[in-house]
Design a protein around this ligand. Structure first.
Ligand SMILES: C[S@@+](CC[C@H](N)C(=O)[O-])C[C@H]1O[C@@H](n2cnc3c(N)ncnc32)[C@H](O)[C@@H]1O
Length: 297
């Protein structure tokens, strides 16, 4: 079995995890500092109260993941942050999200590198990448920027709207990504029937979710079925497959074994681990989720 790895994202100029403690995380997106609840954080804060008091917005939880943002000054509806040559719109959602999962920049760098290397080896070949549960599209944009053909699937109209804004802000033409508003299972089932093949698959399945017309996504029962379907839509020698997941109550090694069902017939490397953010000040690590990924040899 491979050793579990820890993929660590440190601060970059437009994002910083400043501190964590007592069930909260203090972060900076661009110039704006926010506090979000994160119940898994059971240790104490490292930074003094004055640092935490610099927050411009604090998420106040009301029920479940829902809540509202208490702001200290008027904030724009959205603002821009940059990662390499990409631009993302940040906004404060009523589910405590910001439209960007900064820890995933570790995955963006990984897939960008694979696509750039492939392009050097086969400049004439345009890989086709499928991004499932694609949210606001940063991974889609990373791939499209390298010249890959990208199909982006999500069941939320508003997420696709944000993704298109991120695409435009990143200087890409709207036709550089095929936008699909659909239930993932329905879409992949159709791609199987249409014999469409992909060189790479990215997926960020939630623990629970809904398709466009209420189809139920339940990681535990739906994910193995999705893996089975994905077996039928891969090219003979796929470039990469990435599965990222939050709050799914399984170990990275379990996710790796499930991904291995899909990738075992291909010649490549498979690895799994935790995706962590490193605090800029005390350098403590915050584990945010798990992943398993395969790349061609
Ligand atoms: C926020 S992202 C993934 C982030 C992370 N995995 C999490 O659990 O928060 C999840 C995305 O999956 C989409 N989604 C959920 N269920 C879906 C389904 N059945 N078909 C297509 N997209 C779905 C949501 O609209 C959302 O954009």
């Amino acid at each position: 079995m491979n050793q579990s790895i820890i993929e660590t994202q440190t601060a970059w100029s437009d994002y910083e995890l400043i501190d964590t403690g007592d069930g909260e995380r203090l972060e900076r997106f661009g110039e704006t500092i926010i506090v979000r609840p994160f119940p898994e954080i059971s240790w104490s804060k490292s930074q003094p109260k004055e640092i935490w008091d610099r927050a411009d917005a604090i998420f106040i939880r009301t029920k479940g993941d829902k809540g509202y943002w208490k702001t200290k000054k008027p904030l724009p509806e959205s603002w821009k942050i940059h990662w390499k040559d990409l631009t993302a719109n940040v906004y404060l959602s009523p589910f405590k999200h910001t439209g960007v999962f900064p820890e995933q920049s570790a995955h963006w760098a990984w897939m960008k590198n694979l696509l750039v290397e492939q392009k050097k080896q086969k400049p004439e070949y345009q890989p086709h990448i499928l991004n499932l549960f694609a949210y606001t599209g940063m991974a889609s944009i990373v791939c499209a920027k390298t010249g890959a053909k990208v199909t982006h699937v999500d069941s939320s109209r508003s997420s696709i709207g944000w993704a298109k804004q991120n695409q435009a802000a990143s200087g890409l033409d709207e036709r550089s990504i095929r936008w699909i508003l659909d239930d993932v299972m329905k879409f992949v089932t159709r791609e199987v029937k249409r014999c469409i093949k992909y060189d790479g698959i990215i997926m960020d399945p939630p623990a629970f979710g809904h398709g466009v017309t209420g189809e139920i996504w339940n990681f535990k029962s739906s994910f193995p079925k999705l893996i089975d379907l994905c077996k039928q839509i891969l090219v003979e020698n796929p470039l990469f497959i990435l599965v990222n997941a939050y709050a799914v109550s399984i170990y990275p090694e379990t996710l790796e074994k499930m991904l291995n069902d899909l990738t075992k017939k291909y010649d490549g490397n498979i690895e799994s681990g935790e995706l962590v953010l490193q605090e800029s000040q005390s350098k403590k690590l915050l584990s945010t989720g798990i992943f398993a990924r395969f790349s061609k040899k």
